[in-house]
Design a protein around this ligand. Structure first.
Ligand SMILES: Nc1nc2c(ncn2[C@@H]2O[C@H](COP(=O)(O)OP(=O)(O)OP(=O)(O)O)[C@@H](O)[C@H]2O)c(=O)[nH]1
Ligand SMILES: [Mg+2]
Length: 313
């Protein structure tokens, strides 16, 4: 067993941090560590938190950490910002806001940006979450700015996805367009102290009606004022209610097996691609590539033939 694996499993925070850096940097030894920790994962509850820039996600995470620590629940946070080249420590704002948790061994906070990013941000996030799971975090919160497809992919690994919206922001329409409504298991109406609350509530209810009118789970709306720590207990309550739904309906198991299925297909895809590229380097497909380049063969036949050659090797 790799020494880092041993240390992660023993709850060594520095080993966990090192493994995540290896993941970001595509360091070869990460493969062994990830394989070895896998049997020790699957225990943590994974909560996704997404929303527009400045919606109050980090403030909510901060308040949730305080609440969960008061219940002796250990928390891991992976804050993903696809627009930021920063990584490793924490984004400046997050660092300031979440700093007071730093000496607490039951809290692990990590930011991930686009640095390194060899395996793709969503792949890296998945692996970082797995490290925190093996390390012993009971709850892992994945914070991401909800703007595009890559954030949606990141959110797919969560058991429960909470979408944060603000009054007076026009967020609902944006979220609707981006496909975020579809993945929402609950809505957090943060900055409930700002004007426009009733209008927002009505908008969301209408959107839910359109997107999920005959779904077996109707996403609840939770109002919060993160900066005043108002509504945090309700938020955790709503997350727990969703968890109970996941357990009773079997949907939780289905989601998790589906995620693993997707992951293994992604890896198969990567591996096949790598082997094919290696074959091209070695000149195995030189004929086929030559023929297609000269328009003697069409790309469709060439690709089929290459796959056949590959399978016979
Ligand atoms: N009035 C009000 N302000 C809030 C509330 N929650 C957060 N804020 C403020 O909103 C700003 C953004 O909060 P963050 O927690 O950094 O938001 P975020 O969604 O993590 O932001 P990014 O990570 O940059 O996308 C900060 O100035 C917070 O103090 C709230 O409930 N009410
Ligand atoms: Mg933030």
């Amino acid at each position: 067993m790799h020494p880092i694996t041993k240390r992660i499993l023993a709850g060594d925070v520095r080993a966990a941090a090192r493994a995540i850096t290896w993941i970001e940097d595509g360091f070869p030894e990460k493969g062994q560590v990830l394989r070895e920790i896998f049997p020790h994962t699957g225990k943590a509850r994974l909560i996704g938190l997404t929303g527009s820039p400045g919606a109050g996600k980090s403030s909510l995470v901060d308040a949730l950490i305080t609440y969960l620590r008061s219940q002796q629940i250990s928390v891991g946070v992976v804050a993903v910002d696809p627009t930021s080249p920063f990584t490793g420590g924490a984004l400046l704002g997050d660092r300031i806001r979440m700093q007071h948790h730093a000496p607490d061994r039951g809290v692990f906070i990590r930011s991930m940006g686009t640095r390194g990013n060899l395996g793709g941000l969503s792949r890296n996030t998945k692996e970082a979450v797995r490290v925190l799971d093996a390390y012993g975090c009971q709850v892992i919160i994945i914070e991401t700015v909800g703007v595009g497809q890559s954030e949606l992919d990141i959110m797919k690994i969560a058991d429960t996805v909470a979408v944060v919206l603000n009054p007076g922001s026009g967020d609902t329409v944006q979220a609707f367009k981006a496909g975020i409504m579809e993945i929402a298991d609950l809505f957090v109406i943060n900055k409930a102290d700002l004007p426009g609350l009733d209008k927002l509530l009505t908008e969301i209810e209408q959107m839910i009606e359109i997107v999920k009118h005959d779904a077996s789970w109707q996403p609840p709306l939770v109002r919060t004022i993160a900066t005043d720590r108002v509504g945090i207990t309700d938020l955790w309550q709503a997350i727990n209610t969703h968890r109970a739904f996941l357990a009773e309906s079997g949907e939780g198991e289905r989601r998790r097996s589906y995620h693993l299925h997707e992951e293994v297909m992604e890896l198969v895809n990567q591996n096949l691609y790598r082997v094919m590229m290696q074959g091209i380097k070695e000149g195995v497909f030189a004929n086929e590539l030559y023929e297609v380049a000269n328009r003697q063969v069409d790309p469709y036949h060439a690709a089929e033939k290459m796959v056949r050659i590959f399978l016979q090797r």
